[in-house]
Write a protein that binds this ligand. Structure first.
Ligand code: SAM
Ligand code: SF4
Length: 322
């Protein structure tokens, strides 16, 4: 079992499969992707090796993220590989929903169980302004299809100061839409200190409003993500809040990250990734990678230092996935 020096156990792996993204979200890649699209991202065999080692050490859930994971043509093969890894019970993808209506059936056939779609606003103009793409209708059509296929679908929305009616529009929508909407507090990264200062909004105010309106807390599963979730008898959907600035946020950390170039990130906000690639080659036994992971996990810090404005070497979240 992967367990760190503080006794935290890691059931959940977020695996980035590409840095490349075609959106220009204001808080992430406002100038678009600036890296090398032909960088050597992990291939299918390296991904298989990574998943086997993590699963052998107790990982039960894998999220494929990026960048934009759907830009990898072999995404269905990657999903299938994850689904067929012994020990992995749940496979999820986080996506911006680009061309989702054309793609979701392939992902479903490959065995996808959970989809997280990033939709920061239900207002088409606001969505366009935030992402640089006028594609809200397309993303919502894809979301409907995912629900039709029975995929457990969640929506991620960044909680942002200055977005008129963001909460009220989502609340209205959740009355009849059976998804979990997760509001995420904007986190400071190296590239966007100014955006962060102007737009960060604490989730605590939203939480209080939900509690006042009769929303009730739901208990977390051990492989659950970091959200505090709520339900309400009058709503088809649920609401989650991800508040990385809350005291104690890191004490229940159950997840690790591997970047698209095979670096282990013990936290979203570390100074450096720890190279796993030499251990991902076909001639290296999975046990050697497991031993490396057990050794590295002991160095996981108790908490991130975001409160001190220190986001480590993370210039934006497209590098290692949110
Ligand atoms: N491109 C995919 C997408 O947008 O869903 C996957 C990668 S994206 C980095 C994963 C998640 O991180 C998205 O939900 C996005 O909104 C979130 N994210 C990006 N930058 C963030 C920031 N500075 N603070 C909080 N969440 C952020
Ligand atoms: Fe791309 Fe996702 Fe970042 Fe938006 S949040 S720019 S979709 S990686």
């Amino acid at each position: 079992m992967l367990q760190d020096a503080l006794g935290r156990r890691f059931y959940y792996l977020r695996l980035s499969i590409t840095d490349v993204c075609n959106f220009r979200c204001q808080y992430c890649l406002p100038d678009g992707y600036q890296g090398r699209p032909d960088a050597a991202f992990l291939n299918l065999s390296e991904i298989r090796q990574t998943l086997r080692a993590f699963a052998a050490l107790g990982t039960e859930k894998v999220r494929l993220t990026g960048g934009e994971p759907s830009l990898r043509p072999d995404l269905p093969d990657i999903i299938e590989t994850a689904v067929n890894t012994p020990g992995i019970r749940q496979v999820a993808v986080t996506s911006n929903g680009y061309k989702l209506p054309q793609r979701i059936d392939y992902w479903h056939r490959a065995g996808l169980q959970q989809l997280n779609l990033s939709i920061d606003s239900l207002d088409a103009e606001q969505f366009h302004e935030i992402t640089g793409h006028d594609r809200l209708a397309e993303v919502l059509t894809g979301l409907d299809r995912a629900l039709e296929l029975g995929i457990n679908t969640k929506v991620n929305a960044l909680l942002m100061r200055g977005l008129d009616n963001q909460l009220s529009r989502f609340l209205e929508w959740l009355k009849h839409t059976p998804v979990t909407l997760r509001f995420i507090e904007v986190m400071q990264t190296g590239d966007q200190a100014v955006f962060f200062r102007q737009h960060h909004l604490s989730g605590q105010g939203v939480k209080q409003r939900l509690l006042d309106d009769g929303w009730q807390p739901i208990l977390r599963a051990r492989d659950a993500g970091p959200a505090e979730e709520f339900w309400h008898p009058d709503y088809a959907g649920r609401i989650g809040l991800i508040m990385p600035y809350s005291p104690d946020f890191c004490s229940s950390c159950n997840r690790l990250r591997v970047s698209s170039t095979g670096k282990l990130h013990l936290c979203l906000f570390t100074e450096q990734g720890l190279d796993l690639r030499p251990w991902l080659q076909p001639e290296v036994a999975t046990e050697a990678l497991q031993a490396r992971l057990i050794e590295l996990i002991q160095h996981k810090a108790p908490t991130h230092l975001l409160h001190q404005g220190d986001s480590g070497a993370t210039s934006n979240l497209s590098i290692i996935g949110g």
